[in-house]
Design a protein around this ligand. Structure first.
Ligand SMILES: [Zn+2]
Length: 211
């Protein structure tokens, strides 16, 4: 058995012991159900662990992660997570959290074929096309990359707001706010990009659903 593999099994035992020392009913309480106020849609990147960077305890955040924190409206996995979070768990906030230095976004800026993932990355390339003038005007490649990461998060916030699930929740008067964040790998801090949707009024009219 590799050292790493053995280490993580040992870590788990230690983690259970530590939790039980503080609260002997910790796991019994969690086993009764969950009522998280937050759905997190983040990148799969190993350096952006959802719970850890926001200090959330087990039970506080429902998590969906994929490459480059994408909200693809035909992705049944994402839609299922979103539907359950909004309609069953009644989360009050959804955060789309991207991060600077994102490999998925970087790949979308280039033209190399990597494999099947090219088809996923293509959704990020669409974001580039929507903002091509703004991005192409940025001479410094690092600055352009950072701006692309931010614009990608904003587009995913809009794409969430466009879903029938979120619009139906707003229509029924459910309290639900969508936020866009970017995490700094080299600082540990998140930045709120200030795209906070609370109703479908802020969407382009063509996306507004009438119920
Ligand atoms: Zn990433």
């Amino acid at each position: 058995m590799s050292d790493f593999y053995k280490k993580i099994l040992d870590n788990n035992k230690k983690w259970v012991e530590d939790k039980l020392k503080i609260n002997p009913n910790f796991f019994e309480g969690l086993s009764k159900g969950q009522n998280p106020p937050l759905l997190w849609i983040g990148c799969s990147d190993s350096r952006v662990p959802a719970n850890e960077i926001i200090g959330a305890a087990p039970g506080e955040v429902f998590v969906h992660r994929n490459i480059a924190n994408m909200v693809v409206h035909s992705d049944m996995n994402m839609l299922s997570v979103l539907d359950y979070a909004v309609n069953a768990l009644k989360v009050k906030h959804i955060i789309v959290c991207g991060h600077y230095g994102c490999g998925g976004v970087k790949a979308a800026m280039g033209n190399s074929s990597i494999g099947v993932i090219d088809n996923w990355i293509r959704h990020i390339k669409d974001v580039y096309r929507f903002h091509q003038n703004e991005l192409d005007a940025i001479q410094n490649e690092e600055d352009r990359f950072n701006k692309f990461v931010e614009l990608n998060v904003k587009e995913q916030v809009y794409d969430l707001a466009k879903t029938s699930i979120v619009q139906a929740a707003w229509r029924s008067g459910q309290e639900l706010t969508i936020h866009g964040w970017v995490y700094g790998l080299n600082s540990g801090y998140v930045t709120d990009l200030g795209v906070n949707f609370k109703s479908n009024d802020e969407l382009d009219e063509v996306y507004q659903l009438k119920f």
